[in-house]
Every structure is written in structure tokens, then in C-alpha cells.
Write a protein that binds this ligand. Structure first.
Ligand SMILES: *Cc1c(COP(=O)(O)O)cnc(C)c1O
Length: 375
């Protein structure tokens, strides 16, 4: 799905597409030529060291996905049955599933209208004597209100897990997200800012948590005695081939982020003077990044619904996505209880094509098509 050259009006513009134009092929070739294709092999260590350095933490543990990164981190932090973990209802399902895997209870909370991020006041109201942790999701590239939340966590002795799957490189008051809580969990799925196809990483400054994660990732095997297992662990390892792609991606992360910042500026250029759209704004405390460019349809200004707009774009060979459905509206976690902000955002939120490689002309055509569809 790589965007190479000019797309004709009849080529589907994908919502996302990996950009593999650096050393990806050379490094993968090295894996094959040296015969190191499992999780043994130099690229895994390399990728971990360079990510830790990039984010600004002491340690990093590569995992098979963002979901397994979250589950590994929660388990290593001692979260389990009988515990409650606070999570935003407006997120991708993986955040909440990872809590469910541990046996703990996810406690869903609402988001803020301005930033779309988890609402610190809603967190405060959700804390009970059983609360053990909070998962913060820096949704669509926008950092959460870290100071307020870290203070609350300290006062109640709660662990803080940052879900950084959509915010590689974003900063809160100058500090890279992922390095502020107890652990930061990244995803490198193919539609993320940097990718290795499937993959993840947990970054942390806690030596004990790091040690526990490296053991749990590898079937709970003792570091001293081979095939001796002291606990139930997992196989959550990343392969050398995936890490090779990850290393090549990380070398180019600044350029990839810059390309996405341009995409964001193009969408803003073509849509910001149109009251039918509510565009995401950078919050004063943060430096956001552009993952999927996501905006809200202003229902006071147009009669067309978000889903009708998605269908109209599809007709014109433009791929788009609804904003995530709030977790509490879906069968595994259903609650007959209002989360008004998350519901409002989700109902009107739309993600548009955003990948390093899309041209300004294509973004302009997408914006023209969106405006036309709204009538
Ligand atoms: C993509 C994503 C994940 C999970 O990542 P996988 O690598 O697909 O398992 C977790 N949380 C959020 C917010 C995501 O967007």
C-alpha cells in the first residue's frame, strides 16, 4: 500500500500506509543473511536501547505487540484479580483488554471535551480503596494532563501506565510521553507513527519492573537455570526481523514526524476556516504529534452524519475511519451509563488519511471531497 508516485482519482487513498524507504530492506536482509530470525539477534537489543534513549528512560523491553506490552507491564506491576484499573472509555479496545487479561477490573472514565484526553476530575471520582493503577492513553497524538494525574497517583499510591501507541515523540512540558509514568507502552503496528508490522515496547526507569518484564516475556524462565520456570509467563517476544524494521524506522522518526506535521498543517489550511468542522487543537502544555488526523463534524452546521460522510468519501476512493467507539458501548464492557463527552466525540469524530508519503495535492482533494459531501 506504499504511496509511490502520483495517485490517480481512482486509486484508493488509504487511511494509513507504512513508509519503508530507509534501511528497512538492508537490515531485514542482514537478518536473513546471518540466519538470525528469532528473538535472538542483535536488532532486538539495538531497538530496545535506541527506543529507551529516544524516549528518555533507562530500560526498554521489546514485545510482540502494543497489547502484549500493556499486559506485560500490568503483570510486572503486580496488577491482578481484585484490583481496579482506571482507563478512559474513549480508547482503542486493546487498552482495556490488557486489564481484563490480568483479572483486574477496568473502571471506565470520561474524557475532556477540549483535549479529547482522559478527564483528571473523572479519575479522581473513580478512585476507590481497590484502585491500583491508571492507564493514560495519549489519544490521537495528544498528551494527557500529566501533572494533575501524577499528583493524584502519588497521593493515592497508584501506578501510572502510559499507553503511547498513538503518540511516539509527543511531549508534555518538553518531556517525551512514555517516560513520565511508571511505564510507557508503545505499539509498532503498521498504521502507527513508526512500525515493524506487529510489535511493541515497554519503557521504564524501574530496574525491578524491567527485570520482571524480561523474565515474564520469556515464559517466566529463570535467568540462571534454563527451562526452570518459577511462575506462569508468556511468549511476548519480538523477532529480530521485526526489530530490524523497527531500528530502520527509528533512525528516521524525526523525518516521519515532520512529514506528519506537514499533513496536519495541510488539513488545517484547507479546513480551519469552515465552521462545519471542529479541528483538534494543540493544548498549551504539550507538543502533540499527528497520528491519524482526526476531526469532529460540527452537527450544528450540517445535517450530514459522520457515517454518511465516510460512505461519500468511499465513493470517491478515499478511505476514512470513525473515531473509536467508547468501550462502555460494546458488548464485552457494556454499561448502561452515560459518558457524555466520549459519546459526543465518538459520534462525530472522523479520521482522514495521514501517512508519511501522502502529497499536499491528495490532502487538498480529500478536503475538497469532504466539503462537497457536507453540501
Ligand atoms: C494500536 C493501539 C494499541 C495496541 O497495539 P497493537 O500493537 O495493535 O496490539 C493499544 N492502544 C492504543 C491506544 C492503540 O491505538
Amino acid at each position: 500500500m506504499e504511496s509511490k508516485g502520483t495517485l490517480t482519482p481512482h486509486t484508493l487513498i488509504p487511511i494509513a500506509s507504512p513508509n519503508l524507504l530507509g534501511n528497512e530492506l538492508a537490515y531485514v536482509t542482514q537478518c536473513i543473511e546471518t540466519n538470525w530470525i528469532s528473538s535472538q539477534g542483535k536488532f532486538v537489543k539495538d531497538f530496545e536501547e535506541k527506543m529507551a534513549q529516544y524516549v528518555g528512560t533507562r530500560y526498554a523491553v521489546a514485545t510482540s505487540s502494543g497489547t502484549t506490552a500493556l499486559h506485560l507491564a500490568l503483570t510486572a506491576l503486580g496488577i491482578g484479580k481484585g484490583d481496579e484499573v482506571i482507563v478512559p472509555t474513549l480508547t482503542f479496545i486493546a487498552t482495556v483488554n490488557a486489564v481484563a487479561y490480568t483479572g483486574a477490573t477496568p473502571v471506565l472514565v470520561d474524557s475532556e471535551k477540549e483535549s479529547w484526553q482522559i478527564d483528571p476530575e473523572a479519575i479522581q471520582r473513580a478512585i476507590t480503596p481497590r484502585t491500583k493503577a491508571i492507564i493514560l492513553v495519549h489519544l490521537y497524538g495528544q498528551p494527557c494532563k500529566m501533572d494533575e494525574i501524577m499528583q493524584m497517583a502519588k497521593a493515592h499510591n497508584l501506578r501510572v501506565i502510559e499507553d503511547v501507541a498513538e503518540a511516539h515523540g509527543a511531549r508534555y512540558k518538553g518531556i517525551r510521553v512514555g517516560s513520565i509514568g511508571d511505564v510507557g507502552c508503545f505499539s509498532f503496528y503498521a498504521n502507527k507513527i513508526i512500525t515493524c508490522g506487529e510489535g511493541g515496547m515497554v519503557v521504564t526507569n524501574h530496574k525491578e519492573v524491567y527485570d520482571r518484564m524480561t523474565i515474564l516475556r520469556d515464559h517466566g524462565m529463570s535467568k540462571e537455570k534454563r527451562y526452570w520456570h518459577e511462575q506462569v509467563g508468556f511468549n511476548y517476544r519480538l523477532t529480530n526481523i521485526q526489530a530490524a524494521i523497527g531500528c530502520a524506522q527509528l533512525e528516521r522518526i524525526e523525518a516521519l514526524l515532520e512529514a506528519r506535521a506537514f499533513i496536519q498543517s495541510w488539513y488545517e489550511k484547507y479546513l480551519s476556516d469552515d465552521a462545519r468542522f471542529i479541528l483538534p487543537k494543540e493544548q498549551t502544555w504539550s507538543t502533540r504529534v499527528c497520528w491519524l488526523y482526526t476531526l469532529l463534524i460540527n452537527t450544528e452546521m450540517t445535517a450530514i452524519t459522520r457515517d454518511q460522510l465516510i460512505a461519500a468519501l468511499q465513493q470517491e476512493h478515499i478511505d476514512s475511519r470513525p473515531m473509536f467507539y467508547p468501550i462502555h458501548t460494546m458488548p464485552p464492557y457494556y454499561q448502561d451509563k452515560p459518558y457524555p463527552v466520549a459519546q459526543l466525540l465518538s459520534r462525530n469524530g472522523l479520521s482522514l488519511p495521514s501517512f508519511a508519503g501522502i502529497s499536499q495535492g491528495e490532502v487538498e482533494r480529500i478536503c475538497r471531497t469532504v466539503k462537497k459531501a457536507l453540501g
